[in-house]
Design a protein. Structure first.
Length: 206
């Protein structure tokens, strides 16, 4: 998993509340188990017309936001089904951070497991960042995970909270597999002892 330490990039405003995971990545695109290639279909049904042409009024189709790395979103972002493809699609598009007043629990957890930082803030602070994000190409926001700080285009600073364990995992690029592999020596030791004590468990069957 890619580490998340600091991020400076364009923030796109997406104020609509209750954006669910089916809007983030529609169900018909869930046939893959690969984490790449989904970025082209993120927000597909509101991003494209039926003929495949882009909808010019959709925020991520606008020139200033085509390379956005941050979303400033409405309440209850990521609600709906539990599909892990939602953070996969956001990350593959280039979104590394989503800021909102609230997230659906499963989506929130899945973000941390895939290198996307979800930040919860009070409404008045989200509103300030939403206004910043509406500046188009000038909507540059900087995020420092170690310091737990967000700096807006005018240099104002907002502090945010994050669970210490999840922070550690993001800073070090550790997903569930990475965490397990840190215990590689202990796992090998256990398997060696088990093989000696219960060799029949390790005998290949014809």
């Amino acid at each position: 998993m890619q580490k998340f330490t600091t991020l400076t990039g364009v923030a796109a405003p997406m104020p609509t509340p209750n954006i669910d995971t089916d809007r983030i990545i529609p169900a018909r695109f869930l046939k893959t188990i690969k984490r790449t290639g989904l970025g082209k279909s993120v927000f597909n049904d509101v991003r494209y017309n039926p003929d495949g042409s882009e909808k010019p009024d959709f925020v991520l189709n606008q020139p200033a936001y085509r390379k956005a790395q941050i979303l400033v979103a409405g309440d209850n972002f990521g609600c709906g089904s539990s599909r892990e493809h939602a953070p996969w699609a956001l990350l593959d598009f280039g979104i590394r951070c989503v800021i909102s007043t609230s997230f659906a629990d499963i989506f929130y957890n899945n973000c941390f497991k895939n290198g996307v930082l979800p930040i919860k803030l009070p409404k008045e602070q989200v509103d300030l960042l939403m206004d910043d994000a509406k500046r188009g190409a000038n909507a540059i926001i900087s995020i420092d995970l170690e310091k737990q700080e967000i700096k807006g285009p005018d240099g104002g600073t907002i502090k945010f909270d994050v669970d210490p364990f999840r922070k550690h995992c993001l800073l070090n690029g550790l997903d569930d597999i990475g965490l397990t592999m840190q215990k590689g020596a202990e796992i090998d030791g256990f398997e060696g002892k088990q093989k000696s004590a219960q060799p029949w468990l390790h005998t290949a069957r014809a």
